[in-house]
Design a protein around this ligand. Structure first.
Ligand code: BES
Ligand code: MN
Ligand code: ZN
Length: 506
């Protein structure tokens, strides 16, 4: 769905110029007597009647639609509750609005911006408020695209006009601030939707080479240098992890590298690394059939990296980034990796493969080495790594494992701003010992217990003592039902956290 955002006064007089008018309202405002009308005295009275019956309290996520029958420029008045001026409340209100507007098939929408939102506060500036509401609106509108026999007709774009509730509220500065926030919200949401679309693609449509093509397209658009390392070069470079995982499939693996240089004089280089398994059958250690279709989403980390790089390309922050995506398809076949095989990774470290379903860490090992050899000085990997993280944290928080508390705190803080929760696991030395192998430097599975930690620490073994954070998104990157601004299926989680982290520093 395309959106067009404008900011300004309503075209006066014209009735039913809009399909809907969104009125954000708090519980307090709903109780207050007197003051200017919200929509129109008669419509407002109807809302108060509904409220008196307890049908609408102006709480977060609540909404009610009332037909204005010619009394207002918006044919439908959509009242959306919110708990106050915070980024999370406004993102939630944006998403609630989107769901209702979608149902109304609204294409021309007016959003009344409350003065308290337009002026912002210490915790949530006007820009942040605008960004959050816009993100909620766009992200909340999204649904996984269906492949259908009959193609529906192309939908008109949604026109959204923001209108300050109090006329002359702050004038041009308010307009500039609000518009800047809306713009940032659009960018952040579009990066996230890009990641969702990619992650929602079926495994027969998206193979490692396809992932490489998307990366090239982004590189071309934003003038990033792109390296696509094919299977032959990967063999020459000694990428035993990537090759091992990819060799069971007819679709060869790819190591994908994007270079962004926004601070040529700085030696600091962010290494942002994504797991790009375009389908994970488990390999010879085959997964059970039930739910295996969700493994089309096993490249959610790669998608998050690409979504972030699009935003980086737009905002051009003064930092350096090396983005690495390890792309492969994990299949069982006569050529596939087998349990008991010992492989040599690009770092030289040897790995005993005890479970071919622990494939993410094998490709990521080589991806970390790739980033380090190209100059990365701090590393973040994003991966749908373990089912265990969903056992521990459900779909509510992304799990983190790190060797650097400060870097982790920065990421958690960025996540808080973005409304994406990240929760750290401990990394005591005992856990690392679960990966000791009789046959190699380490084995690729530490068993059932503390699976998220041992999986993370396996990757950390390839960080060469650089500051490193691992984000396990296996629980948060895919939802069985939609929630707020997050859609059913792929959520595009971590795009906005990473974009926030990388764009708010220089
Ligand atoms: N891609 C899976 C993890 C996963 C599980 C992602 C559920 C999304 C939803 C990963 O490759 C995997 O299979 N991990 C194994 C590790 C084990 C063999 C050590 C797991 O979690 O069972
Ligand atoms: Mn697996
Ligand atoms: Zn996997």
């Amino acid at each position: 769905m395309k959106f067009q955002f404008t900011y300004g006064a309503a075209a006066s007089g014209e009735l039913s110029a809009f399909d809907a008018t969104v009125k954000l309202i708090t519980g307090e405002e709903l109780q207050a007597q007197g003051g200017a009308p919200w929509i129109h005295p008669q419509v407002d009275d109807e809302l108060r009647r509904l409220s008196a019956k307890g049908l609408f309290k102006g709480e977060k996520g609540q909404k009610v639609t009332i037909a204005t029958l010619g009394l207002h420029a918006g044919a439908q008045a959509l009242f959306v509750g919110y708990g106050g001026v915070t980024a999370d409340e406004l993102r939630e209100a944006g998403a609630a609005s989107a769901k209702a507007l979608r149902k109304l098939k609204a294409r021309r929408v007016q959003v009344l911006v409350p003065s308290s939102v337009l002026s912002g506060n210490a915790d949530c500036s006007a820009e942040r408020a605008a960004q959050s509401f816009t993100e909620g609106l766009i992200l909340g509108w999204y649904e996984r695209p269906k492949r259908k026999r009959e193609h529906g007709k192309e939908l008109e774009p949604v026109d959204v006009q923001f209108i300050p509730e109090a006329q002359e509220a702050g004038g041009e500065t308010a307009k500039a601030r609000w518009s800047a926030g809306v713009k940032r919200g659009e960018l952040f949401a579009e990066g996230t939707l890009f990641a969702r679309d990619l992650t929602n693609m079926p495994g027969n449509e998206l193979i490692p080479e396809g992932l490489a093509e998307y990366a090239e397209e982004i590189g071309h658009r934003y003038s990033f240098d792109v390296e696509i390392i094919d299977e032959f070069t990967a063999i020459d470079m000694g990428m035993g992890g990537l090759i091992g995982v990819g060799k069971g499939s007819a679709h060869p693996p790819r190591m994908i590298v994007l270079h962004y240089e926004g601070a040529p004089d700085s030696k600091d280089v962010w290494g942002i690394i994504g797991k790009g398994i375009t389908f994970d059958t488990g390999g010879i250690s085959l997964k059970r059939a039930e739910g295996m279709e969700e493994m089309i989403g096993d490249m959610g980390g790669a998608a998050a990296v690409l979504g972030t790089m699009r935003i980086i390309g737009e905002l051009k922050p003064k930092i350096n980034v090396i983005a690495v995506i390890a792309a492969a398809e994990n299949m069982p076949s006569d050529r596939a990796l087998k349990p008991g095989d010992v492989i040599v990774t690009m770092s030289g470290r040897t790995v005993e493969v005890v479970n071919t379903d622990a494939e993410g860490r094998l490709v990521l090992a080589d991806a970390l080495t790739t980033a380090i050899r190209r100059g990365a000085t701090r590393l973040i990997d994003i991966a749908t790594l373990t089912g265990a993280v969903e056992v521990a944290l459900g779909n509510v928080a992304t799990g983190a494992v790190t060797n650097d508390e400060l870097l982790l705190q920065d990421i958690i803080r960025a996540g808080r701003t973005a409304g994406e929760r990240i929760w750290p696991f401990p990394s005591y030395p005992e856990y690392r010992r679960q990966l000791d192998s009789d046959a190699a430097d380490l084995k690729n599975s530490g068993g059932r217990f503390a699976g998220t930690i041992t999986g993370g620490l396996f990757i950390g073994a390839f960080a060469e003592d650089l500051p490193w954070v691992h984000l396990d998104i296996a629980g948060t990157s895919w939802l069985k039902s939609s929630r707020g601004w997050e859609s059913k299926g792929a959520t595009g989680v971590m795009v906005r956290t990473l974009a926030e982290l990388l764009s708010s520093r220089s």
